[in-house]
Design a protein around this ligand. Sequence first.
Ligand SMILES: [Zn+2]
Ligand SMILES: [Zn+2]
Length: 398
Amino acid sequence: MADSRAFCPRCGDPIPDRSRSDATETGDATETTETTNEGDGTETSEIPDPRTEGSDLCRACYFEDFEFVDAPQQVDVRVCARCGAVHRGQRWVDVGADDYTDVAIEEVSEALGVHVDAEDVAWQVEPEQVDENTIRMHCYFTGVVRGEPVEEQVTVPVRIARQTCTRCGRIAGDYYASIVQIRAEDRTPVAEETERAKEIANNIVAEMEATGDRNAFITKMSETPDGLNMRVSTNKIGKKISNKMVEEFGGAINDAETLVTEDSDGNEVYRVTFAVRLPPYRPGDIIELADEDDDDGPVLVRSARGNLKGTRVTTGEHYEADYEEGNSPDARKLGELEAAEETTVVTVEDENAVQVLDPETYQAKTVSRPDYFDPDAETVPVLKSRAGLHVLPAESDD
Ligand SMILES: [Zn+2]
Ligand SMILES: [Zn+2]
């Protein structure tokens, strides 16, 4: 009766007109169509996109071909036996899984395909551990296709291959691309500096790992009589550690490249050594400037970043080294604020002088009065050195 009626291209049976717009505007044909459709429980609005492959077939032919779930014969999963990383595509990925069953479920769900026409798809999976390296995944799928409920059960064996990932292989092989040397000018780095360097290195690597960078690791840290040596996996890490050290402590970096090898593509591979040279004086050091014209007294170092800055322990005035001197003006170290001795204030003489007890001889001595001196204090920290006796600021002044 209706001219618009279609026929199944495979079996030739007439197919009810499933087109929505035609259905509402072709009068008699509409009723016929709806009546026919009721048998299937199909609603016009749920009919799949007519462009979908195979949708021009009648119901019987469509379901004859229909494959609800597309499952592989087997899923092979490569995991790193050392760190648990999983090999995906062309690379190793950290998945953070506690056991291989979780990994296997995820890999299977990635490998399974469900027909595009299926709606309301749900699935359950039941892993069955067959042996140490085999897990059988029993998967049960449900969904709705052309308005009809469908279900399918598939079993996918998962084979787990335990290997060593690139990163763990490199770590095991003591691989490194860069060396960071922590040194100091005219002295040995102190524990505070080397401990901080290690902390910085660990933090940088942890941050890079957290962003999914699997190439970030520290191969070795070793203390030498000159300071600290660290072998790290990339030049970028070496550079970051060095920069952070200088940012915090001052000093300078020298880098030197060494050609180590050629990679598989014939590119030259360089190993970069970053030598961090920390400044000769540290905050808290008391130094005597070598400049003969300088008679303003010793300097308590406050900062060694950029030009050395400090406080004169005779007056409390600010001192800053010239640009040419930078962080290493010609000077001798007299002592450290940390090692200052607390001594008794005998009397305040005037705005320029104060009497304190010499901590060695217990004799009253007149010394210059810096502006940080608290006239109400009963005791003050002092440093006795070859430059004489000097009142230092209380450490809380820092
Ligand atoms: Zn057909
Ligand atoms: Zn690994």
